[in-house]
Design a protein around this ligand. Structure first.
Ligand code: FES
Length: 112
């Protein structure tokens, strides 16, 4: 069974069934990856596969829309669109602590 390491969550390690969806594993095991839509639309679940990119499935069209070519090159994925074939280590940007809702950074989508 693949081991998923949630680096941003103090390196928490959980086992997942083969071909599991990364966001689903995170939800079930309290991995902590942020999310909103669960359907590849909002980009909230953007995360970086720091190790084990070869153990993830192919990048989806929805990911190509929400992530830049550079981000995909670096190993960024949308957790809700990523399925796992083996061990991965994943990190993500935490929402800044103490930030008010209005101060949230919104990334421009229109330019893509
Ligand atoms: S949760 Fe919205 S794109 Fe993944």
């Amino acid at each position: 069974m693949p081991d998923i390491t949630f680096l941003t969550n103090d390196g928490k390690v959980v086992s997942a069934p083969e071909d599991a969806n990364l966001l689903r594993v995170s939800l079930r095991e309290k991995g902590g990856i942020p999310f909103k839509c669960g359907g590849g639309l909002c980009g909230t679940c953007k995360c970086l596969i720091e190790e084990g990119r070869e153990n993830t499935d192919a990048v989806k069209k929805k990911e190509e829309k929400l992530l830049s070519a550079e981000e995909l090159e670096q190993g960024y994925r949308l957790a809700c669109q990523t399925f796992l074939k083996g061990d991965v280590k994943v990190s993500w940007e935490e929402a800044p602590k103490g930030a008010t809702a209005g101060a949230r950074q919104v990334s421009p989508k229109a330019e893509a």
